[in-house]
Design a protein around this ligand. Structure first.
Ligand SMILES: [Zn+2]
Ligand SMILES: [Zn+2]
Length: 249
């Protein structure tokens, strides 16, 4: 096992404890502050930007002018991603963006359960139902330096919860970062694509398997595409991007 491990065990235990606590004890809603059974009250849940449109069948983006439901968007036609389809629970917009930032940057692990629950609910409520589940779920790995600074990989915590709910095996070290890329924020699409090239490796034989890569947010899809390419090099037949929230490009 490499160091730091992809899932910090004390953090994982803390996330599980936070979920049990949230289920058992009334607490303050993290958006409006009223006492509720869970991390977000039922009223605030209805304000969350839940995805209702299916968007581009590959990258999941919602078109500005035309409905992309079931179609492939212009970006994907020009530069086809290495993943095959995208499934997502939310639009990355207020107030969901604040919750994701709190989860990642303030280690607010009590939100893992809510994000995972909503993702699984959105999978089940899709227009074609839950469909064929992947053989394995792999979390998007963090660069070692960032993992060491943050203390946990948010995608690994989400993947564990989602995998448990669906009964699908989670392979936490299925993908590794071989190159420590600078943060993507602030880079345009072209720069992001260049920044990500060959940043991932997969040392396992995954021939013929269907795999879902879990991440918290997808923006251009460049990171996801590079991760998917590493899996396809190992013979993976189908890659789904499973993201809690889809941002606009
Ligand atoms: Zn509330
Ligand atoms: Zn697309």
């Amino acid at each position: 096992m490499g160091w730091p491990p992809s899932v910090n065990e004390p953090m994982l235990m803390f996330a599980r404890a936070a979920r049990l606590f949230a289920q058992a004890m009334p607490q303050d809603c993290q958006l409006c502050g009223i006492s509720c059974a869970g991390t977000i009250c039922e009223s605030c849940k209805t304000d969350l930007p839940i995805r209702s449109e299916s968007g581009c069948k590959c990258c999941g983006q919602i078109g500005d002018e035309q409905s992309l439901a079931g179609e492939t968007c212009g970006d994907c036609l020009t530069n086809l991603p290495h993943f095959d389809t995208t499934k997502t629970a939310f639009v990355y917009a207020f107030p969901l963006d604040k919750l994701i930032q709190s989860f990642k940057f303030n280690a607010n692990l009590s939100l893992v359960g809510m994000f995972a629950d909503q993702f699984v609910a959105s999978l089940k409520s899709g227009s074609h139902g839950i469909g064929a589940l992947p053989d394995i779920i792999i979390p998007m790995p963090l660069a070692k330096r960032r993992l060491a600074a943050r203390g946990f990989n948010q995608s690994a915590l989400l993947a564990r919860d989602i995998g448990k709910q669906l009964g699908v095996k989670v392979e936490s070290r299925g993908l590794v970062r071989v190159r420590d890329t600078p943060p993507q924020a602030g880079l345009d699409r072209e720069a992001r694509l260049a920044n990500m090239k060959d940043a991932f490796d997969c040392g396992q034989d995954l021939a013929g398997l269907r795999i879902a890569i879990v991440d918290d947010v997808m923006t251009t899809g460049a990171t996801m595409s590079d991760a998917a390419r590493a899996l396809k090099k190992q013979g993976v037949s189908h890659v789904e991007a499973w993201v809690i929230a889809r941002a606009s490009k």
